[in-house]
Design a protein around this ligand. Structure first.
Ligand code: NAP
Ligand code: ZN
Length: 349
């Protein structure tokens, strides 16, 4: 067993606190990674506070993990000690269903195994995430990380990056298309970077007037305040694709109405309430609502390689592990530019 320091949620209503637990010993197909940085995703907060239901405690959140390989099992050929490595939102899947066979482990028919707050498939316990000093993961679920990029700023690519890259690719975003990103948070700001890099004309739709300058700096052409009805109306029937990355409950209809013929509302935000969708807004312009869940292992590695080639990383604020509760409070207020990343040196023994 491998003793590991971490921060954990012990219940839905208490702040995260220091916690020690044992990782499994390194199996033949496992990679042992010293975690250097871990991004803070709004999904961590949703689950720590049991907003989706079914949370398992103690819970060590964190699924935007980068670090250094410190050992590998006897069968592992993809990685060696000293390599940079990353782990995202899943650490296992069934490996034989139709989705897994198409490199879409994120849509595994048996359900992917989350990096934390999930049951290990062999019944050995509960998965524990990246707010910790090390992790042991089957090599299929570990990514290669380029040495070229600023390592802490790479961490958010493992969730915020792939979760926005995948739906934009699926929707066929390319030069000449009009794309709106709704919710300029951790996911949203990555969505802007990718859509701009694919050549689209990008609009940010936000509830925060103070984010306009950032949106333009990130490459957006237009900025719309979703609370300004008159301005929103000017963009009726305008966009080819809208990416909804809002973390709080909201109505889809006001965004659907902005879509042009065959327009797609790509939903990635995961608030708790079932949203309202007007059928009249859907039949107008033959619009569709499409959900998207992170991305498969192959596509995530492609995204990481694309980022290395195009020099794309996240805009981050580095924090010590001890500041996580304050970071959650600031994230709830939208006060983060645009991703917190934990420096795990802060809880090394
Ligand atoms: P985040 O950094 O907190 O950003 C969320 C943004 O939503 C905020 O910055 C804010 O943007 C907007 N927002 C907040 N409250 C709002 C309200 N009441 N009305 C309208 N907009 C509001 O969160 P994140 O880490 O990017 O995650 C966003 C969502 O995606 C979360 O629900 C998360 O669980 C989900 N998620 C899904 C997947 C997937 O695979 N589908 C993966 C990861 C995360 P403005 O200030 O610009 O309005
Ligand atoms: Zn996430």
């Amino acid at each position: 067993m491998l003793p590991t320091n971490s921060f954990a949620a012990m219940s839905a209503t208490t702040p995260l606190e220091a916690y020690s637990f044992n990782r499994r010993t390194v199996g033949n197909n496992d990679v042992q990674i010293e975690i250097l940085y871990c991004g803070v995703c709004h999904s961590d907060l949703h689950q720590a506070k049991d907003e989706w239901g079914g949370s398992i405690y103690p819970m060590v959140p964190g699924h935007e993990i980068v670090g250094k390989v410190i050992s590998v099992g006897s069968e592992v050929t993809k990685f060696k000690t000293g390599d940079l490595a990353g782990v995202g939102v899943m650490v296992d899947s069934c490996k034989h269903c139709a989705s897994c066979n198409q490199d879409l482990e994120n849509y595994c028919e048996e359900g992917m195994t989350g990096t934390y707050n999930a049951k290990e498939r062999d019944g050995s316990g509960i998965t524990m995430g990246g707010y910790s000093t090390q992790i042991v993961v089957n090599d299929h679920y570990v990514f290669h990380i380029s040495e070229k990029l600023n390592l802490p700023a790479v961490a958010p690519l493992l969730c915020a990056g792939i979760t926005t890259y995948s739906p934009l690719v699926f929707a066929g975003v390319k030069k000449g298309m009009k794309v709106a990103i709704v919710g300029l948070g951790g996911l949203g700001h990555m969505g802007v970077k990718f859509a701009v890099s694919f050549g689209a004309e990008v609009t940010v739709i936000s509830t925060s007037p103070n984010k306009e300058a950032d949106a333009k700096k990130l490459g957006a052409t237009h900025f719309l305040l979703s609370t300004n009805e008159a301005d929103m109306k000017k963009y009726n029937n305008y966009f080819d694709v809208i990416l909804d990355a809002i973390s709080a409950n909201h109505d889809y209809t006001q965004y659907l109405n902005l879509l042009a013929l065959n327009g797609k509302l790509m939903v990635v935000g995961l608030p708790t309430e079932v949203p309202k969708v007007s059928p009249f807004s859907l039949i107008t312009n033959r619009r569709s609502v499409i959900g998207s869940c992170i991305g498969g292992m192959k596509e995530t590695q492609e995204m990481l390689d694309y980022c290395a080639e195009h020099n794309i990383v996240s805009d981050i604020e580095i924090i010590p592990m001890q500041n996580i509760n304050e970071a959650y409070n600031r994230m709830l207020k939208g006060d983060v530019k645009y991703r917190f990343v934990i420096d795990l040196a802060s809880i090394k023994a």
